[in-house]
Design a protein around this ligand. Structure first.
Ligand SMILES: [Cu+2]
Length: 296
């Protein structure tokens, strides 16, 4: 993209310094710690974003006569997370490791989703007890938001980073047809599709392609749901129109540019949620800021 290797090195070194200096330690659940019956998915969303090298602390009592035991596992993917399918869960901390003043510390080292859950009582703590959440730790990114000023970067350095980041963001922006050759139709797993095609980046364009209403195909549309809960349950009450049944046709389809660094919960609302629920016409993406010097 025209960055010299010297510039690349400077960005890399700067990014590494920042990553170290900014790493945070976060107690999972805050003062609630890690227990049955607290909504950790909500907690994680309220406390996002998390960053690579941040430390999560799980605090729970070891087995005793007055409290239930808990543990911490990582589930392999979104589907197992949603359904509390524990078959491929990997141990993070057992029932005895969350005690003491320090609890159990887990450092977020990888730029990938982490699906945490308590597996006690065969998924009961995960399902009924809401002892699950996920985080996607982000690389520390400079020139993407206002933070670098507070961190002691000179404004000249900040400006260079900002301009560089903008150039990259423009040159690298992609256009992605939702569902690929499947386009936007009933009965395709778009949540899986989105995960397979992640990450998406800010300024990428999603293209929704579907036929306008006619006698041979079902109509579809595109809405944004307000949050994760409404997405999981296909609750359409606060859905916002993105494209109506007539807007996905033609060779171009409907284009939606991902402009904001926040989760986007897309769904088809046709037939009162039937297309969303049974037809799997829903997915979410969290477009990332373009980040340089954070990965290879
Ligand atoms: Cu539909």
């Amino acid at each position: 993209m025209g960055l010299s290797s010297a510039q690349g090195l400077i960005l890399l070194v700067t990014a590494s310094m920042f990553a170290v200096s900014l790493a945070k330690t976060i107690v999972v659940g805050g003062s609630e710690k890690w227990h049955f019956g607290f909504n950790y998915t909500d907690w994680a969303l309220r406390n996002s974003p998390f960053f690579i090298n941040d430390t999560l602390v799980f605090k729970y009592d070891p087995p005793n006569s007055t409290t239930f035991p808990h543990n911490v596992y990582l589930l392999p993917n979104l589907m197992s997370f949603l359904t509390c399918d524990l078959r491929r869960a990997k141990l993070v901390a057992d029932v005895g490791q969350g005690g003491g003043p320090k609890g159990f510390e887990f450092v977020l080292r990888k730029w990938q989703p982490h699906y945490f859950a308590c597996t006690v009582r065969d998924g009961f703590h995960c399902n009924e007890g809401q002892m699950k959440f996920f985080v996607v730790p982000l690389p520390h990114c400079h020139g993407c938001h206002g933070a670098e000023i507070k961190m002691g970067l000179s404004s000249a350095q900040g400006l260079i980073l900002l301009v560089t980041a903008s150039m990259f963001a423009v040159s690298l922006a992609k256009t992605i047809v939702v569902g690929g050759s499947e386009k936007w139709h009933f009965g395709f797993n778009y949540t899986d599709w989105a995960l397979r095609n992640s990450p998406f980046f800010i300024n990428d364009t999603l293209v929704f392609k579907y036929n306008p209403p006619n006698s041979t195909t079902f109509p579809h549309n595109v809405y944004l749901l307000p949050n994760r809960l409404s997405f999981l349950t296909c609750d359409l009450r606060r859905a916002k129109l993105v494209a109506d049944v007539g807007q996905g046709g033609g060779p171009k389809g409907f284009e939606f540019v991902l402009r904001k660094w926040q989760p986007h919960y897309f769904a088809c609302t046709v037939r009162d949620g039937y297309h969303c629920n049974e037809g799997q016409m829903k997915f979410f993406v969290v477009p990332l800021p373009r980040c340089h010097g954070c990965h290879g």
